[in-house]
Design a protein around this ligand. Structure first.
Ligand code: NAI
Ligand code: ISE
Length: 338
């Protein structure tokens, strides 16, 4: 069976996913696209050589009988409306992070999905499919380093544009650590705090960069995440788990060690597209396969909600510089069954 996919938002990651569905993955084709910039959507259809219709709006695309499943890759504030419309139409929907920009928005999606009575939503937390994070999880789950006690993380990017604001260090960047550490440690958060170190001269005046996000989990694990999005030197993701009897480190992306001009060196990647390319491929193939077998398996709307509640607390902590509690609603029984 070939799954007919409609894509809402043909920007950077929308085009990446369209390209992989067309050229790398199997079992699906992109038959519909839309973007608030229709010329751009039409251009992507041309560049990617798609046999796809450009729709006037996300709503029209979702309702179209020609579309079996929806990929939401528009800006974060537009996600909630599209995901709710897809649930209303009874269609499977893959939504890039964030599921919605607030915890309340995510909860509206959770409520709609529970009311529908079947899992339809997958959230684009691709690190669940990254080989390195899976190796790290295997080590933790096999008790090879004892119980985790402390986790040190870094999320570094070379630069950001002038639209990137201080709160986006949480909602756009650290949201990946918030999500993946819940999964890695099988835990939830109880409190968060944000500290501002000396500011880099490469950050624009409106942006605090770098930032340190401190989180405590229910099991008492302490986490620090260094978000530094004007670090200049590369796109660099680090995760070190300190356990009772050992330490486990997220593997570095494989690259050649070069000896030249009296130096030993390895390349550092410069963007997220290359760093997580394999993970995105496995993630979207997983979405296609699970929709084709009528049972979703990836990160759920509840994971989207849990990340958003924690992100909301972190944004509050940015403003108050105090320790902020993370208060989550009770997980509906619906998600325990998955
Ligand atoms: P982008 O700005 O390159 O593309 C977004 C596109 O959505 C633009 O073409 C814009 O015109 C369109 N758009 C905005 N509102 C719309 C609406 N209501 N209907 C239709 N189209 C609309 O942004 P980018 O980098 O592609 O990010 C998109 C989303 O994907 C964001 O939520 C971002 O956080 C997420 N993302 C996730 C990544 C991951 O690693 N999982 C990596 C990069 C982005
Ligand atoms: C982007 O939106 C992403 O989601 C990438 O995965 C992240 O690492 C990057 O910093 C964000 O801008």
């Amino acid at each position: 069976m070939t799954l007919k996919i409609g894509v809402i938002g043909t920007g950077a990651i929308g085009q990446e996913h369209i390209h992989r569905i067309k050229n790398v993955l199997s079992g699906a084709e992109v038959v519909a696209v839309t973007d608030i910039n229709k010329e751009h959507a039409a251009e992507v259809v041309k560049v990617e050589n798609l046999n796809a219709k450009v729709y006037e709006s996300g709503d029209e695309l979702i309702k179209s009988p020609d579309v079996d499943a929806v990929l939401v890759t528009s800006w974060g504030p537009a996600h909630e409306e599209s995901v709710l419309a897809a649930i209303d139409a009874g269609k499977y929907v893959f939504c890039e992070k964030p599921l919605a920009t607030t915890a309340d928005g995510c909860m509206r999606i959770v409520d709609a999905e529970v009311k529908y009575g079947k899992r339809l939503v997958q959230v684009g937390f691709m690190r669940h499919y990254d080989k390195g994070y899976n190796q790290l999880k295997d080590i933790i789950d096999s008790n090879n380093i004892g119980q985790p006690l402390i986790v040190h993380c870094a999320h570094h990017a070379p630069e950001v544009d002038d639209k990137y604001t201080t709160d986006m260090a949480i909602t756009d960047t650290v949201i990946h650590e918030i999500d993946i550490l819940r999964w890695l440690l099988d835990d939830d958060y109880v409190s968060v705090q944000v500290l501002y170190p000396r500011k880099t001269k490469y950050a624009l005046s409106h942006l605090q960069d770098p930032q340190i996000v401190l989180m405590e989990t229910k099991k008492g694990i302490r986490i620090d995440v260094e978000a530094f999005v004007n670090c200049r030197y590369g796109y660099d993701i680090k995760c070190e788990v300190v356990g009772e009897t050992g330490i486990a480190l997220l593997p570095e992306p494989g690259s050649v060690l070069m000896r030249s001009e009296a130096k030993k060196s390895v390349e550092i990647l410069m963007d997220w597209k290359k760093r997580f390319k394999d993970a995105y491929d496995i993630e979207i193939q997983g979405f296609i396969d699970s929709v084709n077998s009528d049972k979703l398996t990836g990160p759920s709307a509840w994971d989207g909600y849990a990340a958003a509640v924690t992100a909301d607390a972190c944004v509050k902590a940015q403003e108050t510089l105090e320790i902020v509690p993370v208060t989550m609603k009770t997980r509906p029984e619906f998600y325990n069954r998955l």
